[in-house]
Design a protein around this ligand. Structure first.
Ligand SMILES: Cc1cc2nc3c(=O)[nH]c(=O)nc-3n(C[C@H](O)[C@H](O)[C@H](O)COP(=O)(O)OP(=O)(O)OC[C@H]3O[C@@H](n4cnc5c(N)ncnc54)[C@H](O)[C@@H]3O)c2cc1C
Length: 346
């Protein structure tokens, strides 16, 4: 049986390890003994079918979403945990420009079926700060990263496929190269400072988020709310609010400015006073051309990368892990859009 060593147990490494395992590969995962604050631990795993101020459909959404949904539902069943929730996303619109952009997208010939007519029937209606125009987006979801990652780690541990150690990238290669067919680095934003893949065109961003608690009332459980910030129900009484997006930052820790921006974003949407449970920050593995990074290291034999999932890891990881696994196992060429060799001059 061929052996793969996956370095990093964030969402990228977790999904790739499982994908390889499902195809008969003996997949091992190496991660730090005590994982720190990583992007996958801070994120809520939201899948939003539309992006940006112009409500453009997310890249490859129609292909990626059903694939991701099936993958996480199957994995949840295997692990005996619930890691997927389907959501409606309510997009609050109030400026004439936003309402116009929304209408344009509604009328566009190729708009995704996920955009319904705007509606005043918000599940959050009684707490809204003003009489917003509300665009309903079907086909949003949340992957419960906070449940999936520890459950998969426990699963790896029980199968004796988890290596917990703190080594540099070069040390990992030297130590494990002889035992594994492939060593795949899934180390998120750390890759930009690492010894093997720092040459790639990273464009890292820092993100901050809050976990909030409000026990006294019954709030919507299947409607995400979005304006400048996004509010997502988690387990009963708990909500995730995120996120900020900074290209320039001095460290990876939460900031007062970030907290202020998040609270302001909440107050713009809702008349509602939850308590703050935690304030967290991490660096996203974002990439200049906003496409994942995968492929073989240009010079170091047996060494690969699966990374660059940016702001959409929950949606991208399953489909692209499958694509990458076919490349590793069967030699199927990688799509040019995601191959790290796309940056080399012809
Ligand atoms: C505030 C915030 C909100 C976000 N919201 C969303 C969202 O709602 N939906 C969404 O899809 N995405 C979201 N993202 C983006 C998403 O979190 C990231 O794209 C994703 O988590 C990246 O996963 P990863 O596995 O590549 O990296 P990471 O999560 O960084 O995981 C890397 C792993 O590698 C390990 N590692 C690093 N170096 C080594 C080493 N030398 N040896 C061993 N192990 C190592 C780390 O310990 C870690 O476990 C958000 C990000 C942030 C910061």
């Amino acid at each position: 049986m061929k052996k793969a060593l996956i370095v990093g147990q964030g969402i990228a490494g977790t999904v790739l390890a499982h994908t390889l395992l499902m195809q008969g590969i003996d997949a091992w995962v190496l991660d730090y003994p005590v994982p720190g604050e990583t992007a996958s631990r801070v994120a809520a795993g939201i899948i939003n079918p539309v992006t940006g101020k112009r409500f453009v459909p997310s890249w490859m959404y129609d292909t990626l979403f059903p694939f991701a949904r099936q993958f996480y539902l199957n994995l949840g069943t295997q692990l005996k945990v619930s890691i997927w929730t389907d959501f409606i996303l309510e997009r609050l619109l109030n400026s004439p420009e936003e309402i116009n952009n929304w209408s344009v997208r509604m009328e566009a010939a190729n708009h995704p079926s996920t955009l319904d007519n705007a509606s005043p029937q918000s599940a959050w209606k009684q707490w809204l700060t003003s009489d917003f125009f509300v665009g309903m987006v079907q086909g949003a979801a949340r992957v419960h990263f906070e449940v999936l990652l520890p459950a998969y780690r426990a699963h790896l541990h029980a199968r004796q496929r988890l290596i917990e150690t703190q080594l540099t990238e070069q040390e990992i290669v030297s130590l494990y190269k002889k035992d594994f067919e492939w060593i795949v680095f899934c180390v998120g934003a750390k890759a930009a400072q690492g010894e093997l893949f720092s040459h790639l065109p990273w464009n890292l961003t820092k993100g901050e988020a809050l976990v909030l608690h409000h026990a006294s009332e019954t709030f919507p459980t299947h409607a995400l709310l979005k304006k400048n910030m996004l509010l997502a129900p988690m387990q009963p009484g708990y909500f995730w609010l995120g996120s900020t997006n900074a290209w320039s930052y001095t460290d990876e820790f939460p900031t007062e400015a970030g907290k202020k921006t998040l609270w302001h974003g909440l107050e713009e949407m809702l008349q509602w006073k939850p308590a703050m449970v935690s304030h967290r920050a991490a660096i996203r593995p974002t990439v200049k051309d906003r496409r994942p990074f995968m492929g073989a290291h240009p010079t170091v034999h047996k060494v690969f990368i699966f990374n660059g999932l940016g702001t959409k890891a929950a949606l991208l990881a399953p489909y692209w892990a499958q694509h990458f696994s076919h490349y590793l196992i069967h030699g199927v060429p990688l799509s040019k859009e995601v191959d790290i060799h796309r940056f080399e001059k012809e």
